[in-house]
Design a protein around this ligand. Structure first.
Ligand code: LLP
Length: 420
């Protein structure tokens, strides 16, 4: 459930009519709902209530806006970070370092030092070579690094190939077959406290079966590691549970189904659990609000050209992702159209042959499920200034990221002397 609904024929975010935001800030603009963020955090906690004080470490990459992070920190969420930038943002927003896990396949020594000196719950290390670097950095700082290996369990996640991470050929983690050797090697390195195991097999998963299969393998590994003398106390089960995008499709398993499965599989693990949901928390807590520039005829269907483009919301171009598209003030009529942005690529297409609310020039439309991997992945391609973000809370709202002024965009470049 989210808080983007029609009231008196006008789409609102909570108590704020979306046209009021478009008039004040311009379009395109991302709009996030505090009530939805809070609800998703609460659902995740309730779904995991049978477990002993799990850490829910929100995957910052999904939406790293400081106001979003500050909202989630107040709900007791920690952070899963994958870069020094994400670590710094999480701390800036008030995230408790004891609830921060550091994932990512290519952590640099500088990033390790940043998190070690600032504090964190655990590094999820992805290779023996990375363990060696972490050992060196930790020993040189005189700080013990809490760590676990991310394991690649070789399961097929059944999601889009570009967001599958737990298959043998993917770049992530240490192969299950090499795990015991990796722990044995790392346990001899100075500066490391090997306390955990981690797994994350992909994103937007619409079945629990691959997750259950991966977790079962992790349970067996924990048993083997303990038998080999490793004191494993933490299991980080990653993120990945899918969210509904298309109301016409069966919804993915609910967080409650997920929590029930986890409780069953991990019953006798005797380990603290960490979770890294991203999309589940922010996906349906945001929309992208955009205005129709004009409608032009097409060979099969009219083209609705909007002022948002692939640089603002990349998911359709990158993953053929489907986002619900609705008029902000629907007139009751429907038509079939292609919805496209102004960027000079055919890939700049949000929807093809979509049956949707009829819209015309200057009308506002919204793209749903744009709170995760949307603003976070935006760029300035075609010299389009980064889209602003707004956070709504009841009847109040604030700009939480300014539109990057065009001058600032251009002034980031410099022309060398010899060209002046
Ligand atoms: N933990 C790790 C180590 C991850 O790599 C990810 C996502 C997550 C947690 C959070 O996964 P989630 O719960 O959000 O599924 N840009 C793509 C998604 C990329 C996901 C990358 N890793 C998209 O727009 O679909």
């Amino acid at each position: 459930m989210d808080h983007f609904n029609l009231r008196h024929g006008i789409a609102h975010c909570e108590d704020v009519p979306l046209p009021a935001i478009a008039d004040a800030v311009g379009t395109p603009v991302y709009v996030y709902s505090t009530a939805t963020l809070r609800r998703h955090a609460a659902v995740m906690h309730q779904a995991l209530a049978a477990l002993d004080e799990p850490i829910v470490a929100y995957a910052v990459k999904a939406n790293p806006n400081a106001a979003v992070l500050a909202t989630l920190a107040r709900e007791g969420l920690g952070a899963d970070v994958v870069s020094g930038g994400e670590y710094s943002r999480a701390r800036f927003a008030g995230m408790d370092p004891d609830r921060i896990v550091f994932s990512g396949v290519g952590k640099t020594a500088d990033e390790m030092a940043l998190a070690l000196t600032g504090g964190l719950f655990q590094f999820n290390i992805e290779s023996v070579a990375e363990a060696e670097t972490l050992s060196r950095v930790a020993a040189s700082l005189g700080i013990e690094a809490p760590a676990g290996f991310r394991i690649n369990p070789d399961v097929e996640a059944g999601t889009h190939a570009k967001i599958t991470t737990g298959a043998a050929d993917n770049k992530f983690g240490v192969a299950l077959a090499d795990a015991l050797d990796a722990y044995a090697h790392a346990s001899r390195l100075p500066g490391l406290r090997l306390q955990g195991v981690a797994v994350h097999i992909g994103s937007q998963l619409t079945s629990l079966a691959p997750l259950e299969s991966a977790f079962t393998k992790i349970g067996e590994l924990i048993r083997d590691l303990r038998a080999a003398g490793c004191d494993i106390r933490v299991a980080d089960l990653g993120g990945g549970l899918g969210v509904p995008y298309d109301p016409g499709l069966p919804p993915p398993p609910s967080p409650y189904d997920y929590g029930e499965m986890v409780a069953r599989v991990t019953r006798d693990w005797d380990a603290s659990l960490v979770f890294e949901p991203g999309r589940l928390i922010t996906g349906n807590a945001g929309i992208l609000l955009t205005r129709v520039i004009r409608v032009k005829p097409g060979a099969s269907h009219p083209f609705v050209i909007v002022d948002a483009a692939m640089n603002d919301l990349m998911r359709p171009a990158l993953y053929d992702a489907w986002h619900a598209i609705e008029a902000v003030e629907p007139n009751g009529r429907r038509f079939t159209a292609n919805v496209v942005g102004p960027v000079c690529e055919t890939g700049d297409t949000f929807a093809t042959a979509r049956n949707m609310d009829e819209v015309g020039e200057d009308d506002l439309i919204l793209f749903r499920t744009a709170g995760a991997y949307a603003a976070a992945m935006s760029s300035t391609y075609n010299s389009r200034p980064l889209t602003p973000e707004v956070l709504v809370d009841g009847d109040r709202w604030a700009v939480v990221r300014e539109r990057l002024p065009l001058e600032a965009l251009i002034q980031r470049d410099s022309v060398p002397d010899w060209l002046r």
